[in-house]
Design a protein around this ligand. Structure first.
Ligand code: ADP
Ligand code: MG
Ligand code: ZN
Length: 482
């Protein structure tokens, strides 16, 4: 039986986080009433002329720089002609043979090993409108469909990968890494539920050890990480079955259906000549000066990879790094703690662990966390100086997150600090030993487990405030002295 190798290339459409559309001044706000953010330009009225959004260009350049692309000094907008009810002009303004960025790459970590995924190009284009089908999920089964053009002309970049991806896991890691990078740059909100990031997934198979690529299918608009993996698995299974049965793969555009977790055919794959591309006569070629590109390069924020390296050097675990880097605001929070004097590892432990879960419980984000980075650093200080045990600190943390008070204030109000004063504790220990002479004898005869009972008594006596390791030591010392 032939064993096949999987070949995957991904096209990611990312919506750029501009306030206004790509070629007009209409708002890009998500969720507004249908057809309220429209004008003659994005409605495709004859004679209305597009004006390019400068900010969108800036964002596309940022994406290119952050993916090590060659940002082109000249690129050209083209008309991609096709007819569909969500596209009133009858063509989409896109870039074709002269896109804004060429070549580049993104590194992912697959089971701890670095793998480089090539990026073929990035081009800018406008989004289409949205169709809402009545009576069915698809246009084919619908009785009628509504058209909402609020999204028409929203700025997108399409990032096309080389066919370098080999597994569903790699595909997921690639899109995750890409999303993370765009979100860090602040140029895309990364919100997959709202369609701000969609992946088209090209899959083909070839017999292991052979060079030429097999025929691919393209599964359109997959909009969650889980669906990306599932769509690929199902497409691999389908193609394997066909090829094993001696059949051919038809080059198709397919659609993933979450309900059945399979892909189904949408249409036979179009070729680029079907679109009758030609340069957009209403727009000049896009010319970027070296100076502008350099200015943008100088303003790029620290990217996830550089942050990860910095955290790794500071001793954070890979797990901690992953959690901290999921959202930019989490790493911002950690960085503010570090800037305020926290030991990175200590702060990370709380940010990833207890603070993370307490914030989730109270539905707060790191950005609006009622305990500020300065507050967390104060808490770390209380632990460091022995005033709070880890367990007590967790309770104080919960209070802070609920009330917005600083840890010092919470501790002062409750008066509950850890007792780590030896003299104070020895007095308690002696009292407990006197009251439990039988247990003391047991410990002396070698049953050291019985010390746990004494320990429990001391904790009870001090309402859990005694420093545990110190108590244990003092119990054993006091017994030895008797
Ligand atoms: P189209 O617009 O026709 O989809 P693009 O050039 O925009 O073509 O995108 C092609 C995508 O498909 C790229 O991500 C590329 O890596 C990938 N690809 C090309 N050939 C294959 C193949 N045989 N198997 C899997 N992926 C492929
Ligand atoms: Mg495509
Ligand atoms: Zn408009």
């Amino acid at each position: 039986m032939t064993v096949f190798e999987v070949v995957i290339g991904i096209e990611v459409h990312a919506q750029l986080k501009t306030n206004t559309k790509l070629f007009c001044g209409c708002s890009t706000q998500f969720g507004d009433r249908p057809n309220t953010n429209v004008c003659p330009v994005c409605l495709g009225m004859p004679g209305a002329l597009p004006v390019l959004n400068r900010r969108a260009v800036e964002y596309a350049i940022m994406a290119g720089l952050a993916l090590d692309c060659d940002v082109r000094h000249t690129s050209v907008f083209s008309r991609k002609n096709y007819f569909y009810p969500d596209l009133p002009k009858g063509y989409q303004i896109s870039q074709y043979d002269q896109p804004i960025c060429l070549g580049g790459h993104l590194d992912i970590r697959v089971d701890g090993v670095k793998k480089r995924i090539g990026i073929t190009r990035i081009h800018m284009e406008e989004d289409a409108g949205k169709l809402i089908h009545q009576g069915s999920d698809t246009i084919a089964g619908a009785t009628h469909s509504h058209v909402d053009l609020n999204r028409a002309c929203t700025p997108l970049i399409e990032i096309v990968s080389e066919p370098d991806i080999r597994t569903a896991q790699e595909a997921r890691l690639y899109v995750e890494a890409l999303r993370q990078r765009l979100v860090y740059l602040g140029i895309c909100d990364g919100n997959m539920d709202e369609g701000s990031l969609r992946a088209d997934i090209n899959v083909s198979l070839r017999p292991v050890g052979t060079e030429p690529f097999g025929t691919r299918t393209e599964t359109k608009n997959v909009n969650s990480f889980r669906s990306i993996e599932r769509a690929i698995h199902s497409e691999i299974a389908r193609q394997t079955q066909l090829l094993t049965a001696g059949e051919r793969i038809v080059q198709q555009t397919r659609q993933y259906d979450e309900a059945t977790q399979t892909t189904r055919v949408l249409r036979d794959k179009e070729e680029s000549h079907d679109y009758r591309y030609f340069p957009e006569p209403d727009l000049y070629p896009l010319v970027l000066t070296t100076q502008w590109i350099d200015t943008i390069r100088a303003m790029l924020p620290e990217l996830p990879e550089a942050k990860a390296r910095r955290y790794r050097d500071a001793g954070l675990s890979e797990f901690e790094i992953d959690v901290v880097l999921t959202e930019p605001e989490t790493s911002q929070y950690l960085d503010q703690c570090i800037a305020a004097g926290a030991v990175p590892k200590d702060a990370a432990k709380w940010v990833v662990g207890d603070l993370n879960s307490v914030l989730k419980e109270t539905k707060q984000s790191f950005k609006e966390s009622k305990i500020t980075p300065a507050g967390l650093v104060q808490l770390l200080g209380l632990i460091q100086s022995g005033k709070l045990s880890g367990k007590m600190a967790k309770e104080v943390l919960e209070k802070c997150v609920q009330t917005g008070q600083l840890p010092d204030a919470v501790v002062a109000a409750s008066g509950a600090t850890q007792i780590s004063d030896t003299g104070e504790l020895v007095a308690v220990v002696d009292r407990i030993l006197d009251a439990n002479l039988d247990v003391v004898e047991k410990v002396k005869s070698g049953k050291t487990n019985s010390a746990d009972f004494l320990m429990g008594q001391v904790m009870k006596e001090t309402q859990g405030r005694a420093k545990p390791d110190l108590v244990r030591r003092l119990i054993l010392e006091c017994i030895a002295r008797r």
